[in-house]
Design a protein around this ligand. Structure first.
Ligand code: ZN
Length: 479
């Protein structure tokens, strides 16, 4: 009998702990903010972005496909369009395509870096109109780069020009750092970081493209979330090749390069190759956004991850979506090659595999695990381009300034730290700064996000204007 009593007592204690923790799991108190809207030259901003879109600054891995004149013309355009920045800033071209403006502030400490990139991916598919027209239709500007990310570049330049026109003196040295090879993971952003490092610049805040202001991030949260990337996953591309003599398809052997590859793929794809883990940026995200959920059960689960973590893992595996990608290193089979003809056995077959590496793991660990799992020495494994995951930015004063500015512009938005799964140029900046944040200051619907790197990419004019106001407010807030 006492066993039953002990069980009841223990169970009640557990329930009490869970409920108390849930009741205390509420949004952290925030200082109220106020913000007075102001005027910017909207027609000019629209025109600037439209003009930027018209430069076909498409970057390719194969440089011979690029049109260098477009990149030069784009830079020339910036100088013409922003005369005050051009007059007052020190301008340096760094690396292959990097451009850096430096505006001297009242003090040299706590320098700020605002980043973006001016290259774009190819149009990729059929557009209703010319993807480089920059046309404005029904309150939207269309074209490749409108969201990713000539919009933030335009907004950064417009905001600084606006402030200079108002005779604003920046409190801190301000660097505007743009690369023209982000989409191909080119060397320019790294070159800029090396340049800054040599000058002894250690930024107080680095802000690059990243998460946007989005809705529906977490069940039971009605407010939009402003997603601020603290870190990003690493990546590695592996190439796996099988070969033998080939031959005619009328006399096939049981084992061919294709079946060999198929076996390897099957082994790699079985179960979950990479463990699901709690990482700091994702935990910070849960700890921020889950507190706002109106659903008690959700708050209870996330307030008590010490108990419910296995449940989260189970749910993530079942849903096989974004949540799962946040919790482990992902594996995607991408390019495949085989025979050129329908009736010929391939003498070689290959597959490329793209891994996005979770914080805390490394390229070497991934390669090692893949080799062990495949367990076939006859396959040739080549390690292609990759990068380890970035460190995690510290949340401190600089993060607070950023989130306060976010709340000024979007008073219902919840600034939410997170782990970015895509790569950005900002990954290099961790070498010189502990406060590297990835945030594109604009509202984006799911449908709009889907146009990035796809067709019909467009930005709402309203979002573009607000983006400019965000940077102006941020620069004024940095005291
Ligand atoms: Zn981008």
């Amino acid at each position: 009998m006492w066993l039953l009593y002990s069980f009841i007592i223990l169970f009640s204690a557990l329930v009490i702990v869970l409920v108390v923790r849930t009741l205390r799991f509420v949004p952290k108190p925030e200082v109220p903010v106020s913000w007075a809207d102001f005027k910017v030259d909207e027609a000019r901003i629209i025109e600037s972005l439209q003009a930027m879109i018209r430069f076909k600054t498409i970057s390719y891995k194969d440089k011979s496909l690029e049109n260098p004149a477009m990149f030069e013309d784009f830079k020339a355009y910036l100088k013409l369009r922003y005369p005050l920045i051009t007059q007052q800033a020190e301008f340096t071209e760094v690396g292959e395509t990097g451009i850096l403006f430096k505006l001297k502030g009242k003090k040299a400490e706590k320098p700020i870096v605002l980043m973006s990139h001016y290259d774009v991916v190819p149009p990729n598919g059929e557009w209703q109109d010319d993807p480089f027209s920059g046309k404005q239709i029904n309150g939207k500007i269309y074209g490749r780069g409108t969201l990713d990310t000539k919009s933030t570049l335009c907004a950064v330049m417009e905001s600084v020009e606006h402030l200079l026109a108002k005779k604003h003196r920046f409190n801190h040295d301000l660097y505007l750092a743009f690369s023209g090879d982000e989409e191909t993971r080119g060397p320019s952003a790294d070159a800029i970081v090396q340049f800054l490092k040599e000058k002894g610049v250690s930024p107080y805040l680095v802000l690059d493209e990243g998460g946007a202001v989005v809705e529906g991030v977490f069940p039971g949260v009605k407010n939009p979330a402003a997603m601020i990337g603290l870190a990003e996953k690493g990546y590695i591309n592996l190439h796996l090749e099988a070969s033998d003599q080939g031959g005619h398809a009328s006399m096939p052997k049981k084992a061919t390069p294709i079946t060999q590859l198929a076996n390897a793929i099957q082994r790699l794809n079985k179960g979950t190759l990479f463990k699901l883990k709690k990482t700091p940026a994702t935990m910070a995200m849960f700890d921020t956004i889950a507190r706002h959920s109106s659903a008690f059960i959700n708050r209870m689960i996330f307030a008590n991850l010490w108990l419910f973590w296995p449940l989260i893992k189970l749910q993530a595996k079942k849903a096989d979506g974004e949540l799962l990608s946040l919790l482990h290193t992902t594996q995607a089979f991408t390019q495949m090659t085989g025979s050129d003809a329908l009736n010929v056995l391939p003498s070689k077959a290959s597959i490329a595999i793209n891994y996005r590496i979770l914080t805390g793991e490394t390229i070497d660990e991934v390669v090692d695990l893949v080799k062990r799992r495949i367990n076939d020495d006859t396959l040739k494994l080549t390690v292609l381009q990759g990068a380890d995951p970035t460190p995690i930015s510290v949340r401190g004063e600089a993060y607070d300034v950023l989130s306060t500015t976010v709340r000024k512009l979007w008073n219902d938005a919840i600034p939410t730290p997170y782990l970015m799964m895509a790569g950005t140029d900002s990954r290099y900046y961790h070498a010189i700064c502990d406060h590297v944040y990835r945030f594109s200051p604009m509202t984006m619907t799911k449908a709009e996000r889907a146009t990035i790197h796809s067709t019909e990419e467009a930005i709402r004019v309203e979002a573009l204007i607000k983006c400019v106001k965000f940077y102006i407010t941020l620069l004024e807030d940095l005291v």
